[in-house]
Design a protein around this ligand. Structure first.
Ligand SMILES: NC(=O)c1ccc[n+]([C@@H]2O[C@H](COP(=O)([O-])OP(=O)(O)OC[C@H]3O[C@@H](n4cnc5c(N)ncnc54)[C@H](OP(=O)(O)O)[C@@H]3O)[C@@H](O)[C@H]2O)c1
Length: 428
């Protein structure tokens, strides 16, 4: 039986630094738990001269990935460099050279997970990717193991800390989107290029990974309806709160009789819903299983140490598999492809803010346009008006996206409607 398991890392940035710091700090603890020593032998980076956030012997660093991927002594390759193509070929090479792989790379696992897991299976190894969703929050392992006997009906949550931080700042501090984004960047909760977070794409990658596991299906990125938070206005957050709702970027995956519902978009959720209380950079995910009922996970979805915590747990799992000479752990290569409900057939309630001519009969005209499209209204409120225009907020009952789009088209034709400012979905 092996006494020492050898690790090679690709990347020593935020997550790599956290991972190495935990391996150093808790070395004795990990050895006690595993019954083997974990040793980091090589770390590939782009620039070996760059100062590091963690103490590292410079001889470990290399700018040659093959020094990690082809070293026969290395048992586990930890990919924490990010990107898609370079990481994909590095992981394939690691597996083909007999190594177990741990990765935090959601972009990669969302887009190429099934392909890479198939390579792992063919090589008799495994890929562990707990850190790819929810940072330090356990999600992948609970879905694979603890909740494995359930049919998962629903996955819903806040899985992007950057956007949750921005929306919290808008709501709590009364900041507009641009100001809240600048603050998130200054405090390290948003990257210099925040496009993937703001557009909802990062959350969609994570939903893809969660939904694949939850519903045992291959999810493609095009299956997920995507809308970001860049059009969420402070005014809407205030009106939503008056109506008893918080605005959150939600990722929703549901298995319905009609097929899978997969979407990421900002949504109004009731203030007494547990997700409404999830603030700043925190993440929270609801899972609903047919046997267990509802389960909620909450914690830090990013950052060096929380994400490093998940990476280290995966390293431990890989080490156990190696120590016990198991061929691999649980592999998800038997996924089928389930039907996805087209967006126009999916249902929501809608919040709408618009400006109309302040003239008699406008409410009646609006109600008529919605009625003609078979969309029934739950509320219609006049918020403010100046001399000529009235600001109106509407909330519909549950409607299909298709019916709502029809109502919207006829609203846009109405001369009395000056502008439709905001459209947000409402999730009860
Ligand atoms: N940051 C988070 O909180 C977080 C949370 C969950 C998941 N993740 C995922 O974890 C991964 C790493 O993210 P991060 O924030 O740690 O990134 P990061 O801080 O930018 O670090 C990337 C590291 O990879 C190295 N690197 C980049 N390209 C390389 C290449 N071609 N060959 C060798 N080394 C290369 C860089 O080297 P140099 O240092 O020399 O430039 C750097 O050390 C990403 O997939 C990300 O999506 C991040």
């Amino acid at each position: 039986m092996k006494k020492k398991i050898t690790i090679g890392m690709l990347g020593l940035g935020t997550v790599g630094g956290g991972t190495l710091a935990i391996l150093q700090k808790n070395k004795a603890e990990l050895q006690r738990k595993l019954g083997v020593d974990l040793e980091v032998k090589r770390i590939a980076v782009r620039d070996v001269k760059k100062p590091r956030s963690v103490a590292v012997d410079p001889v470990l660093l290399t700018d040659n990935q093959d020094a990690v991927l082809l070293d026969p002594e290395i048992d586990i390759v930890v990919e924490v460099m990010g990107g898609t193509e370079a990481a994909r070929s590095a992981i394939k090479k690691a597996l083909e050279n007999g190594k177990y792989v741990v990765t935090a790379n959601k972009d990669l696992m969302a887009q190429h997970g099934p392909e890479l897991l198939a390579v792992a299976e063919a090589c008799g190894k495994n890929i562990y990717y707990e850190a790819s969703v929810g940072g330090g929050i356990p999600l992948i392992r609970p879905l694979k193991y603890c909740l494995g006997a359930n049919r998962i009906k629903k996955v819903m949550g806040i899985i992007n800390g950057t956007t949750n931080y921005i929306l919290t700042q808008m709501s709590r501090e009364g900041k507009e989107f641009d100001e809240a984004l600048a603050e998130a960047q200054a405090r390290g909760f948003a990257e210099a290029d925040p496009t993937n977070d703001i557009s909802g794409r990062d959350a969609a990658y994570k939903l893809n990974i969660l939904a694949s596991l939850a519903f045992s299906t291959v999810v493609q990125m095009e299956d997920i309806f995507l809308e970001g938070i860049d059009n969420v206005k402070l005014r809407d957050i205030r009106y939503a709160r008056e109506l008893g709702y918080a605005v959150k970027l939600l990722a929703v995956g549901e298995e319905t009789e009609a097929g899978l519902v997969l979407r990421v978009h900002p949504a109004l959720i009731p203030l007494d819903h547990p997700l409404a209380a999830v603030e700043n950079e925190f993440n929270a995910i609801f899972l609903e299983g047919d046997a267990v009922g509802e389960v909620m996970f909450y914690g830090r979805g990013a950052g060096a140490m929380p994400t490093g915590s998940a990476v280290c747990a995966d390293i431990m799992d890989a080490a156990r598999a190696i120590k016990n000479e198991q061929q691999n752990g649980v592999l998800e290569t038997t996924f089928t492809r389930k039907k996805v409900v087209p967006m126009q057939d999916q249902h929501s309630r809608f919040y709408l803010r618009l400006k109309a001519e302040d003239e008699p009969g406008v409410f009646a005209k609006l109600a008529h346009a919605f009625g003609a499209a078979r969309v029934s209204l739950d509320m219609i409120i006049q918020k403010r008006s100046d001399a000529k225009t009235a600001e109106i907020v509407l909330v519909t009952h549950d409607v299909s996206e298709g019916a709502f789009a029809k109502a919207l088209a006829s609203l846009r034709e109405m001369p009395a409607i000056r502008i439709i400012n905001s459209i947000l979905r409402v999730i009860e």
